[in-house]
Design a protein. Structure first.
Length: 85
């Protein structure tokens, strides 16, 4: 049972409360499409990492990956024993 606080006997007052707005779903703007680079060798991958200024990836590619085969949409590589696990 809820009790109203006792006051000085005057009339009860009400306050106006704004209704909560309906939630709006956030839709992220689409990311710009990146141009695909024709990769034909491990050197192309290293050059792309260099162009994107991803030095950590460039170092890992140079020191931890053995190139096996490349075809459109697929790169097959082998990892050296130095590759992070």
């Amino acid at each position: 049972q809820t009790r109203m606080p006792s006051g000085s006997g005057g009339a009860q007052s009400m306050r106006l409360v704004e209704a909560s707005p309906a939630p709006v779903a956030y839709v992220a703007p689409p990311e710009p499409a990146m141009e695909s680079a024709p990769l034909k060798s491990l050197a192309d991958i290293i050059a792309l990492a260099d162009a994107q200024r991803d030095i950590a990836f460039k170092v890992l590619v140079k020191s931890c990956i053995r190139f096996v085969r490349i075809e459109p949409g697929r790169i097959d590589v082998g990892l050296t024993s130095d590759a992070p696990k």
